[in-house]
Structures are given as structure tokens and as C-alpha cells.
Design a binder for this molecule. Structure first.
Ligand SMILES: NC(=O)c1ccc[n+]([C@@H]2O[C@H](COP(=O)([O-])OP(=O)(O)OC[C@H]3O[C@@H](n4cnc5c(N)ncnc54)[C@H](OP(=O)(O)O)[C@@H]3O)[C@@H](O)[C@H]2O)c1
Length: 299
């Protein structure tokens, strides 16, 4: 089923020639699960994961979000197996700054040595000479963006950019103060923070980034490992003859023109459902109802 016509709303990352469809794909869910460990090891169905990636790109997705710490290494290796040699318009965005313990834990990996190793791991596992976009993932607090200077790790990424290993730099899990500090060090093309219908601490930040032409890429756009559940969302979905997840994605796309969405799924059925959300228009009265779902105080 062709989705190309539905994915024409695009965004160009600032100071770049990289133009992506605003409906993208987040690859994290492709890694496996090992007991209580999240996105750990290979998926049960490796060939299914490869088919899903090929289907996404054939359907018009040209923005894939990944990291070498999903698996670890698994997601990037799947992307390479499925898609290399890569289509010229495909933008792969990866992230560094965290590492995985043997027990599956997510740990800071922000030292110079760790960042250089992470960039080289991403290059090798994706089979690339240059990474399109690397997000620096802040790790001062695992659960919420938390203040602290990012100057040292960003300086390392800027050096790697000068060496030609990275084209563009973004940030993840950051505060407005950290974004302002970062922009004094290096141009920032995108910010990836936790945001969705029920979690809107970044409302003011999104507007500010839009004013500056910087992309905002919400992680957990559907609520993350436990997808969003709300009577209001379900009612809106049935009114529009859509699914709740489609309404959640359409709401994000309508929220701001700098919003790029990267819903994660390991299911081809869900992938197709999510891609179709790019054509769903939410009328004003539905938007007003959905506003009631906001559960987050502003920052
Ligand atoms: N920067 C960061 O710190 C950070 C953190 C988390 C994630 N990320 C990135 O953000 C991307 C998106 O986040 P996410 O994957 O964690 O969460 P998400 O997109 O909010 O939700 C993923 C969950 O929703 C389910 N799902 C997807 N489509 C669905 C549909 N149409 N109907 C019902 N359920 C559906 C998935 O299960 P199925 O597999 O069964 O579809 C999965 O359980 C990730 O892939 C990753 O690239 C970044």
C-alpha cells in the first residue's frame, strides 16, 4: 500500500541539505527482550525486523532514529542488513552518551574515550563513513532532563564533526538551559525529549525551537513501552474512524511544523497504521478535547 503521497509534509534540518518526511520511524523496538532487560539482544524474528525496515523505507520513511546501545549494536546491524547500500535521501539519526551494563542497565558514557568509541561503533555497525546526525544523550538523571554542563562532551562531538565523522549534532533529554549552552558551542539541528499527548513539559520549548528552525523529535510519542490509554483519546479516535495511536501521532504532527515523529514498533501492521496517521486531520473541537489529556505541569 503506497504511503508516499501521504508523507509529503517535510522538514529541512537547519543549516543542512537534509530534508525528511515528518513521519519517520524509531528503531528501538526492533531489538529483543531478554527477561527484564529492555531492547536487549536480537529480536525473536530477525527476518521480520528486516522486512519491517524495508517496508518502512519503501513506504516513504526517510528518517530513522536509532542508537548503537539498542541491543547493544543489534538495531544498527539490522538497519545495515536491511537497507545498505542506503537510499540517497535516507537520514539515519543516532545517539551517544549512554552505554549498557551486562545486566541491561543504562549508564552514562560521556567521557571523551567513550564518545569517540561510540561514534566509531555507530559508523562500523551502520556501515557508514559519516553519521548524518548524532544526538548527545544527557545522562545526569535517567528519568528527567536535569541541569549540568554538556560543554565537555559537545566539544568532543564538535571535534569529530570537524574530522568529517559526523555531519550534524542534536541533543536528547535536555533542558532549555542546556540547549542554549550547546548552541553557543556548536549548531544544533534537533532536540529529542520525552513528549506526547499526556506528557507536555516541553510545550514552551517546542515553540521556541520552532522559532529557531530546530526540529523537535519526541521520544515515547505513543507513550513508550506502555502505549497511551485514555477514554478521551479513544472517543476522538472512534469519532474520526481512526485508532487511538493514529490520533496521538496526528496530534503531534499538528502541534508544530518542526515536530518530526518517530513512532517505534516491531509490528508491520502497526507500522502501516502509524504511517497512515500522516494524513489524519484533527478538527479544532477534537484538539480541544485532546488538550484535557495533558497530565504534566509545565517546566
Ligand atoms: N532519546 C531517548 O532517550 C529515547 C528514549 C526512548 C526512545 N527513543 C526513540 O524514540 C522512538 C520511539 O519511542 P518508543 O519506541 O520507545 O515508544 P513509542 O513509539 O511511544 O511506543 C512504542 C510502543 O507502542 C507500540 N505501538 C507502536 N505502534 C502502535 C500501534 N499502531 N498500535 C498499538 N501499539 C503500537 C509498540 O509495540 P509494538 O512493537 O507491538 O507495535 C511499543 O510497545 C524509539 O524507537 C527510539 O528510537 C529515544
Amino acid at each position: 500500500m503506497p504511503y508516499h503521497a501521504n508523507l509529503t509534509a517535510t522538514f529541512t534540518l537547519p543549516g543542512s541539505s537534509l530534508t525528511v518526511n515528518r513521519m519517520g520511524y524509531g528503531a528501538m523496538q526492533l531489538a529483543g527482550k531478554d527477561g527484564s532487560k529492555m531492547v536487549w539482544g536480537p529480536p525473536k524474528d530477525v527476518e521480520g525486523a528486516i522486512s519491517l525496515l524495508r517496508d518502512a523505507v519503501a513506504s516513504g520513511v526517510n528518517h530513522i532514529d536509532t542508537s548503537d546501545f539498542y541491543g547493544p549494536h543489534v538495531t544498527n546491524q539490522l538497519i545495515r542488513r536491511a537497507l545498505a547500500p542506503y537510499p540517497g535521501d535516507l537520514v539515519i539519526v543516532t545517539k551517544v552518551g549512554a552505554g549498557r551494563g551486562e545486566d541491561g542497565s543504562w549508564n552514562p558514557a560521556l567521557s571523551r574515550i567513550e564518545l569517540i568509541a561510540a561514534v566509531h561503533d555507530n559508523l562500523r555497525n551502520l556501515g557508514l563513513d559519516t553519521l548524518d546526525v548524532v544526538n548527545l544523550r544527557s545522562m545526569f538523571d535517567r528519568y528527567r532532563p536535569s541541569e549540568g554542563s554538556l560543554e565537555e562532551p559537545l566539544t568532543v562531538l564538535a571535534e569529530l564533526q570537524q574530522q568529517g565523522l559526523i555531519r550534524h549534532i542534536g541533543l536528547s533529554h535536555v533542558t532549555p538551559t542546556q540547549i542554549a549552552e550547546a548552541r553557543r558551542i556548536v549548531p544544533i539541528v534537533c532536540v529529542q525529549n520525552h513528549y506526547n499527548l499526556a506528557h507536555r513539559a516541553d510545550d514552551a520549548l517546542i515553540t521556541d525551537l520552532a522559532r529557531n528552525g530546530i526540529a523537535y523529535v519526541p521520544f515515547f510519542p505513543l507513550g513508550g513501552f506502555t502505549p497511551l490509554q485514555s477514554d478521551t483519546l479513544s472517543t476522538a479516535a472512534s469519532h474520526l474512524n481512526a485508532t487511538p495511536m493514529q490520533v496521538a501521532l496526528a496530534w503531534l504532527l499538528q502541534r508544530s511544523p518542526n515536530m518530526l515523529v518517530i513512532p517505534g514498533t516491531s509490528s508491520i501492521t502497526h507500522l502501516h497504521e502509524n504511517l497512515q496517521a500522516a494524513t489524519l486531520h484533527l478538527p479544532a473541537e477534537v484538539l480541544a478535547d485532546l488538550d484535557a489529556i495533558n497530565q504534566t505541569p509545565q517546566r
